[in-house]
Write a protein that binds this ligand. Structure first.
Ligand SMILES: *[C@@H]1O[C@H](CO)[C@@H](O)[C@H](O)[C@H]1NC(C)=O
Ligand SMILES: *[C@@H]1O[C@H](CO)[C@@H](O)[C@H](O)[C@H]1NC(C)=O
Ligand SMILES: CC(=O)N[C@H]1CO[C@H](CO)[C@@H](O)[C@@H]1O
Length: 355
């Protein structure tokens, strides 16, 4: 009797070990899939991702985030990648493939082992004309040319995106999937945009109210769009009228124009992301974009434009934010509470935070 129990105990622990081992192996395999510079990975490790699962053809997308080597960009990337991995583990059969930080500082940094990274060269001195965002299209051009990207789709994300759910491949039927920004208004700027999108290319409404992120699209489409995006950005920057009209969103207009020039239409997903504090509920959205400061008094009332008694603003942290940021007072909406909790969970779990 005792011997029998011992046997079963042994079988159970052995199979648990085996299952755990398999989970670890396949999790690793899918995480590694498509990372740049890993083309010599042992083929046995690749098998689980190559095998068609449940007969459904997966349409994997590769997530790419462009970043500089500033601490400000780096802490956001570390938090962003932490949540990318969490959402991928939560749904191993999702369309989420590999991940790359496209680092446009021209040299490796200390986080190459923590975050899969491709090092891109910055624009030559003077070309960016003081507008460092122009490094973004140039970084994409280099990455798409030089890296071995296995997935057929690309998801362009940003360091200040927090993934709140596994993201499905929202692109379909040859259309990209994008988020509509209320402040991108091609119709209002028709006269200026016609310099870059001539009449013979069709109505100005062919230009969608989008930027390059968040966007999911076919890799072959992005390979065509990226060099044009780069050119249109530089041309707009050189045009005083366009430069003045578009200001800090110039490179978003340039992407929208480049996409239209290559006849890549976009499905506009309002649910793609929310932007606290203006959006209060998470609902069906996939991303929290923390680009705006969140200011509240201790009664939980928003005090926009005025530094709140409680505040979360990414711009408060040009150096590493501390772990365990204080949670907002009662009454502050779900979107802001979730944002701070997610940043805290990431910083609590990332080893060597702040160094
Ligand atoms: C970008 O501009 C350069 C120089 O004007 C030109 O040679 C090149 O063909 C352009 N490329 C694209 C994709 O528009
Ligand atoms: C985080 O801070 C709160 C007070 O703001 C404290 O009660 C809690 O114990 C801290 N948690 C950790 C893990 O340090
Ligand atoms: C919105 C959409 O069509 N998403 C699809 C992305 O691809 C996966 C796998 O083919 C589908 O299950 C999703 O429906």
């Amino acid at each position: 009797m005792g011997g029998r129990n011992l046997f079963f105990a042994a079988v159970i622990s052995f199979s648990t070990a085996l299952i755990t081992y398999n989970i670890i192996i396949s999790a690793n395999a899918s995480l590694k899939q498509g990372f740049p510079g890993e083309s010599s990975v042992d083929p046995i490790i690749r098998m689980p991702t190559d095998a068609a699962r449940k007969g459904r053809r997966r349409r994997l997308f590769h997530t790419a985030v462009t970043a500089s080597d500033s601490v400000y960009n780096t802490w956001q990337c570390r938090v962003m990648y932490y949540w990318f991995k969490q959402q991928k583990l939560r749904n191993p059969s999702s369309d989420m493939g590999g991940f790359t930080r496209v680092l446009h500082s021209g040299k490796p940094d200390r986080f190459m082992d923590e975050i899969p990274t491709f090092v891109a060269q910055p624009l030559p001195d003077g070309v960016d004309q003081g507008y460092i965002v122009l490094n973004r299209p140039w970084a994409f051009v280099q990455w798409l040319q030089q890296a071995n990207i296995e997935e057929d789709y690309i998801f362009m994300s940003e360091p200040d995106h927090l993934l709140v759910k596994p993201i499905p491949n929202l692109s379909r039927d040859g259309l990209a999937a994008a988020f509509p920004f209320f402040y991108i208004e091609p119709k209002k700027f028709e006269k200026i945009l016609r310099k870059f999108f001539p009449e013979d290319r069709g109505p100005i409404t062919n230009i969608d109210p989008i930027g390059n992120s968040p966007v999911i699209l076919r890799k072959d489409a992005l390979k065509k769009i990226a060099p044009t995006w780069m050119n249109v950005s530089l041309a707009m920057k050189k045009d005083p009228e366009a430069d003045k009209a578009f200001g800090w969103v110039l490179e978003m207009y340039a992407y929208a124009v480049a996409s239209a020039l290559h006849d890549v239409g976009n499905i506009l997903h309002k649910d793609f992301m929310i932007q606290p504090p203006w959006d209060t509920a998470i609902g069906k959205s996939y991303i929290i974009h923390y680009t705006y400061g969140c200011d509240y008094d201790l009664q939980g009332k928003m005090t926009p434009g005025k530094i709140g008694e409680w505040r979360f603003d990414k711009r408060s942290y040009y150096d590493w934010p501390p772990r365990n940021l204080s949670l907002p007072p009662p009454g502050v909406p779900e979107s802001v509470v979730t944002l701070v909790k997610m940043v805290n969970e990431a910083t609590a779990n990332i080893p060597n935070w702040g160094s």
